[in-house]
Design a protein around this ligand. Sequence first.
Ligand code: HEC
Ligand code: HEC
Length: 566
Amino acid sequence: MSSSLVITLAVVGGVAWLAFLGVSALRSRGKEEIPPNQSTGRTDEELETRRLERVQQGAVLFAGFLAVSLPLYFLGEGARQESFVDQFGEESITRGEHLVAEFGCFDCHGPGGSGGSAVYIEKRTGVTTQWSAPSLDDIFYRYEADEVNYWITFGRPNTPMPAWGLAGGGAMNENQVQDIVNYIQSIQIDQQEALGRVEPRISAEQQKLASADSLMGAAIAEQAQLVATIQAARGIADETLALTREMRTVLNTAAAGIDTDGDGLSDVAETELNELSAEFAAIWDLPGVEAVTFDAANAQSGGRPDEEVLDELLVGLNEQVEANPLLGSFVARIEAARSETGDDGDGDGISDAAEGTISSLLADALAAVRPDGLAVLNLDPANSESSGEADLVVAERGVSANESIALQTDVTRDNEERLLTNAQTALDHLEQAAADAKWTIDIDGVAAGFDGSADDAERAVYLFNAYCARCHTSGWSAGLPFTQEAGSGALGPALWEGRPNVQFLDQEALVEFITEGSTAAEAYGVNGIGSGRMPAFGRVLSMEDIELIASYLRTGNLTGLGGAEQ
Ligand code: HEC
Ligand code: HEC
């Protein structure tokens, strides 16, 4: 409040003083100037009475003014400073928000920083995986600001998380990194919400282990499909190149000729592009298998009984599984849908629900074996637009997309040997991983360390997987096919084989460490030196859950497979 008042008073005082000087100068103008040192001095009487009193009164008044106004000014100082800090803080947060958008942090860390994943080429296999990226909107419950700053500056080598700070080889200066830290701090969810994430995460981990076999099956099928695609390139490369060249020639000369809809593509060119692109797509057709839409209200398709048509399709699909391993899971799902019982309105032996499911599975199966981006054109010589877009644009884009596919096929053929070796190595790894199933945890075995309580054991295992495995189990974040034994160590040290019992003398000490995390350059446990990288879990997990995790670590047998020994 008082700063403007003081400034006003000072300005008024200053103006008055200047006016006074001006007026006295005017008054004395014209008089003969006698230098002060030559004029006769005033007598003591004169000096010590009125004039002195006036000066003293003035001084007392001014002192009074200062005595009141300075403390008032000082009282406002704290608020003023705070508002400056707030203003700087807000500006920093806004800058941080822009940087986060500019550098795409939430592309990996999920919407609003709620957790997500990033594409990662797994080192040993060359397989493209999704590496999970932790939530940032609750990170301040786990880390101090300088620790968050550290991660952003230096990133995480051997993961998709890049180093962003200059010190780590990134592009941002220290202020920018700090702006981001401030922004992230400003978007923290409340603690109840953070705690509310525990149960969903536990169910997700439960789900993940329960579906391990199908996850592995899908990963293997995808890799096997890649191998098959590489092998197939040799046989189709010439044809793909020839057809796309033809499409390009038609497109280049499309301006000449009758053009009914006036869209820059002659009628003949539109028809030819449709035909050529259909021919191109047909390269990936499956012999004996075509798209059929089963109608729940009609027992026939194309004049033949639905059951007969479906049987034939399944025979056709099965024949193609060897050349297109991805089809295996579609066959299984179509067969499963077929054996479902339920309302069968048209009495064709396939339930109403299944007719729809099977139709879409079939369409998906056909699409799955075609290259991504394949364009089948459907231009109408009597209409200058296709779904609201100019035909010329659609045609140009479609031909380019098919050219990319042809080019890719050609390059694959030229590098067949090398690509095949790599893809096969990866496939072997996945098959080995499926056989080893290193992610397996025998809950009953773990339960031996929990007085036989399978519930406690299960909860402890899923808590560990949800909150600890990403740093303490090798390969965990890349997915089950790359996961090594529980607690085998990654960014954080290995925790298997009772290691925590060596570092922490009792349960209490271990619980305390998990609760508080580590601090840079501070000792922990018996001989640990912290780096500040082990998060604190006391504010994102309940004490009971931390106790469970600690007990689990202390069993020393994290997979439960080593028998019941402690
Ligand atoms: C390409 C994907 C990607 C981008 C972009 C990205 N991150 Fe990350 N980030 C990750 C992954 C993955 C991890 C976890 C690495 C691991 O498993 O150790 C991570 C970890 C972190 C961590 C440590 C979190 C913890 O709890 O351990 C912080 C902090 C972080 N990122 C901040 C950021 C910020 C800020 C940005 C933007 C400037 C950013 N990240 C951009 C992928 C990404
Ligand atoms: C972001 C990675 C990260 C996560 C997540 C993490 N830790 Fe750690 N942990 C570390 C690091 C790094 C260390 C080594 C100490 C240090 O550098 O400060 C460590 C050390 C430890 C130690 C001591 C090991 C020893 O022998 O010195 C234990 C025990 C431990 N963590 C348990 C856990 C538990 C339990 C969880 C889950 C609730 C967990 N950690 C989650 C990174 C992590």
